[in-house]
Design a protein around this ligand. Structure first.
Ligand SMILES: NC(=O)c1ccc[n+]([C@@H]2O[C@H](COP(=O)([O-])OP(=O)(O)OC[C@H]3O[C@@H](n4cnc5c(N)ncnc54)[C@H](OP(=O)(O)O)[C@@H]3O)[C@@H](O)[C@H]2O)c1
Length: 244
């Protein structure tokens, strides 16, 4: 029986991913801050799913993760889904710093601990949900796009480090476009929105196949390829924004 710990499994993409892995017979440790939501998830498949609270913004989130993995007899995959995101055209500093605390500092707490765990264990698999927002700086959500870019770069760095240290650690960086979840529920209208269960199914396939990078879905693969080609002088003039 394979096992996975998911950080950010109380709603949205993380919850749907947890359900799919449980349906496939994996042992799932579902974590987040809202324990009532995690309990609802556990009740759907109590034989496969265990739950625990982790807040990635807490200083001890890395040791909490490692303790949980130990208590549960080890894992094959650590998956970080935890994240927040808001549009911030008004440049509210508190939105920028909160986004950074969760998506940058919190992300590094989890992923660095996972790296140490798999280095000691002799191998394993780290999967993360980043976003297509990391492709370029997005004017409507500066901290969100910058932190997602950091996540992409961090995984690239750890992949290189694992090879330098001859560690058998695999990495999967999953980059969805807009998904219908609570994260987008902020009175804005977003284009090309995708169903959360379809996105989770594609994320699970990417993890099972140990894909290195997976942009979801095919339409966003075209969009991000075009974005990547745009020179800076053009990019800053493009009206890349969600509809208000
Ligand atoms: N929706 C989209 O369009 C979209 C597109 C691309 C990428 N993503 C990424 O997908 C991931 C999941 O987002 P979602 O769309 O599924 O939204 P969501 O339903 O709001 O899920 C966010 C998850 O992150 C957890 N989380 C937030 N802060 C946390 C913290 N401090 N510690 C631990 N867990 C925390 C939440 O759990 P608690 O609140 O219970 O802690 C929740 O389980 C995010 O990283 C997001 O950036 C989303």
């Amino acid at each position: 029986m394979k096992s996975i710990i998911i950080i950010g499994a109380s709603s949205g993409i993380g919850r749907s991913t947890a359900r799919i892995f449980a349906q496939k017979g994996w042992r799932v440790i579902a974590t987040a801050r809202r324990t009532d939501k995690l309990e609802e998830l556990r009740n759907e498949a109590p034989d496969c799913i265990t739950t625990a609270s982790i807040d990635v913004t807490q200083n001890d989130a890395d040791t909490r993760l490692l303790d949980l993995i130990k208590e549960n007899g080890g894992v094959d995959v650590v998956m970080n889904v935890a994240g927040i995101g808001k549009q911030n055209k008004g440049m509210d500093t508190s939105i920028e710093t909160a986004t950074s605390e969760t998506n940058s500092t919190g992300f590094m707490r989890i992923v660095s601990a996972a790296f140490r765990y798999f280095a000691d264990k002799g191998g394993g698999h780290i999967a993360v949900i980043s976003s297509i927002a990391g492709t370029k700086g997005l004017g409507s959500a500066p901290a969100y796009s910058a932190t997602k870019r950091m996540q992409n770069t961090y995984i690239d760095a750890l992949d290189q480090l694992a090879r330098m240290r001859k560690l058998n650690i695999k990495f999967t960086d999953i980059r969805p476009g807009f998904v219908r979840t609570a994260l987008l529920d902020d009175n804005h209208d977003y284009p090309l929105q995708m169903d959360v269960d379809k996105v989770a199914a594609e994320a699970v396939r990417a993890i099972e196949k140990q894909k290195r990078v997976c942009v979801i879905d095919w339409r966003y693969r075209i969009v991000t390829a075009l974005w990547s080609l745009a020179p800076r002088w053009l990019w800053v003039r493009l009206p890349v924004q969600t509809k208000d």
